[in-house]
Design a protein around this ligand. Structure first.
Ligand SMILES: *Cc1c(COP(=O)(O)O)cnc(C)c1O
Length: 387
């Protein structure tokens, strides 16, 4: 297998090397307060005689870092639940939960951190820097600890405490930024540039999108080589969404399927930039984010252009849910399945509950549950009326 980067906008090809993050040509057209221009996508070319698809798809062979470089921490291969009570209650006998709370640091972000850490080890890079609202930071810190890497984090002050405590536990250097995520993003790039430090900033490092494709490949394996009909994904920056699409596209390229599921991008009412852009055709000036679901609270979605392109190409849909719908879904998920998810993750269920009457009840539906509820008990307490 040969891997290379291709610009998601102009198609220009680049080598996968640590110095390469975005397409130079498209990056020059960057506008202020707009999503990143020139986001790169990993592509592969099969060399002759290679076999990736036996009975079970070999996921490692589809990643652009050799297996021997990955850190010794069990990221991915998360369970696909068959939530009986929720199936009965909703009338969907083929409803599944992809439980990414089961990742080592408790969120989907570990998939990206894992690939970025493996890439750093391959290239003998010693330090990784990341700006994050919480989960990307605690994830990079944990996976980085397993890899023996130094991790430096730029975290805005509003991040939930548990996520910061996780990062500190894992031994990361945490810089609290007085300001927005955008400000933390800028500071982290300043810090990492020209110093041989690898940036794990979401979407900016193309491997963050690529790492997040693995759940689609796992779902395909777990469903016995079949595609689901619908997948509900919570969306902030649009990197998970982009990764999920990328995984399904890989399956098409490999000839293992000829269709991509209908993906629902679920956003919070108070942070819905991608949904608005889908409706209006382009991104407008940012609107201040107000949702309590911190992991999908984004003003300018870093991967916005890429995510929008995929949604349009594959007939994806956008759904908006309110914070109260999110908290209700969070409680319902906990009480019917035993899975306590953070608000952003429960948005998947909130979206499904809102849309389900429009779907065939025998459809195979997957809810992407992206982070554990213990990361942010303050929000859950609101729904329980505890002070
Ligand atoms: C980051 C995150 C999301 C959203 O992912 P994006 O790539 O920003 O769209 C959803 N849920 C959880 C728990 C997350 O940490």
């Amino acid at each position: 297998m040969e891997f290379y980067y291709s610009c998601s906008e102009c198609g220009k090809i680049y080598d996968i090397i640590p110095e390469r993050m975005v397409c130079d040509i498209c990056r020059a057209k960057q506008e202020p307060e707009k999503p990143l221009k020139g986001v790169l996508e990993v592509h592969f070319r099969q060399t002759t005689g290679e076999k990736t698809a036996g009975v079970h798809l070999d996921i490692h062979s589809l990643l652009p870092v050799e297996e021997r470089y990955f850190p010794p921490i069990p990221v991915g291969n998360t369970p696909l639940w068959e939530p009986k009570n929720l199936r009965v209650k909703t009338g969907f006998p083929n409803l599944f939960i992809k439980d990414d709370t089961a990742n080592p640091t408790g969120s989907y972000k570990d998939r990206a951190s894992f690939l970025v850490a493996g890439f750093a080890l391959k290239h003998k890079i010693k330090e990784i820097a990341v700006a994050s609202t919480g989960n990307a930071a605690s994830s990079m810190a944990g996976v980085g600890a397993a890899a023996g890497l130094k991790v430096t984090i730029f975290l805005p002050e509003f991040s939930p405490k548990a996520k910061m405590v996780q990062a500190l536990q894992f031994g990361a250097k945490v810089n609290r930024v007085r300001g927005t995520y955008g400000e933390a993003y800028r500071l982290s790039l300043e810090y990492s540039q020209d110093r041989g430090i690898l940036s794990r900033n979401t979407a900016y490092n193309p491997l963050t999108i690529e790492g997040k494709k693995s759940s689609s490949l796992e779902i395909f394996n777990q469903l016995g080589g079949k595609m689901p009909d619908y997948v509900f994904v919570p969306v902030g920056d649009g990197v998970i969404l982009g990764g999920v699409y990328k995984g399904f596209e890989d399956l098409i390229q490999l000839g293992l399927t000829d269709r991509i599921p209908v993906i629902y991008a679920v956003q919070a009412e108070g942070s819905s930039a991608i949904s608005r852009a889908k409706e209006r055709g382009d991104f407008e000036s940012p609107v201040k984010s107000t949702t309590l679901a911190d992991s999908i609270s984004v003003e300018v979605p870093a991967n916005g252009y890429y995510a929008l392109k995929k949604l349009n190409r594959h007939g994806g849909k956008c759904l908006i849910v309110s914070d109260s719908e999110i908290l209700k879904a969070q409680k319902e998920l906990s009480a019917t399945t035993g899975l306590f998810a953070e608000p952003a993750a429960a948005a998947s269920l909130a979206g499904f509950l809102k849309e389900k009457d429009k779907l065939r009840s025998d459809a195979t539906v997957v809810l992407m549950i992206t982070g554990t509820g213990l990361k942010d008990i303050e929000s859950a307490m609101k729904a329980l009326s505890i002070r």
